[in-house]
Design a protein around this ligand. Structure first.
Ligand SMILES: [Fe+2]
Ligand SMILES: [Fe+2]
Length: 200
């Protein structure tokens, strides 16, 4: 079983991440485990590994992240260079592989899309995207998070849509640039839900 690996990763991340980031990371791993129980598709330990790994590059300095991108031959568009907070998701898979020995491609995809989402995600990608937003430590920060938490266990696609939509709304309110991938995610899942509801 990979649960030994889950425990080992938890210990490593506890040492490598600052306390706040570690508590968030553990919250994501356990929320992802709960979602994996509901949206049965993967072994729970695999989903927990994705949860533990999702922010593994977050506590690296920006120069370290840029170096990891260079070493991993990861292309960073101008948009990413202008919004360096997003870079940890793109370099995360390389860090998970090099520093933690995680080679699972599906886990890499889930790390890569955890901040922006993407159209047509796998169940694991959706679980990590949603868990990152609803994990218990987010309490009180995000308005009406309870609705999204409930929806995550009844309609995963709808929860993805709600999160992307809420994120865009937040960026707009802040006067920040609209993230193009979050917009694509929102549009894809909005259409999916509309088509599905139209058919029923
Ligand atoms: Fe993140
Ligand atoms: Fe996160």
């Amino acid at each position: 079983m990979k649960f030994e690996l889950v425990g080992m990763l938890e210990g490593q991340l506890n040492a490598n991440l600052d306390e706040k980031r570690f508590l968030h990371t553990r919250g994501v791993a356990y929320t992802a485990a709960a979602l994996a129980m509901r949206w049965y598709k993967y072994e729970i330990d695999r989903v927990m590994i994705a949860g533990y790994m999702h922010d593994c590059a977050k506590c690296m300095s920006l120069p370290q992240q840029l170096r990891a991108a260079e070493d991993g031959m990861i292309y960073l568009s101008d948009y990413y260079l202008q919004h360096p907070k997003l870079i940890h998701a793109l370099v995360g898979p390389a860090v998970a592989q090099e520093e933690y020995g995680i080679f699972d491609r599906e886990i890499h995809d889930a790390i890569r899309t955890h901040t922006t989402g993407a159209p047509d995600m796998s169940v694991m990608q959706k679980i990590i995207y949603v868990a990152d937003f609803i994990e218990p430590n987010r309490e009180g920060i995000i308005m009406k998070i309870e609705n999204i938490r409930e929806t995550a266990f009844t309609d995963l696609d709808k929860a993805v849509y709600m999160i992307a939509d809420r994120t865009l709304e937040y960026l707009k309110k802040q006067g920040a640039d609209i993230d193009p991938l979050t917009e694509k995610t929102r549009d894809f899942y909005k259409k999916l839900i509309e088509e599905r509801e139209g058919v029923e």
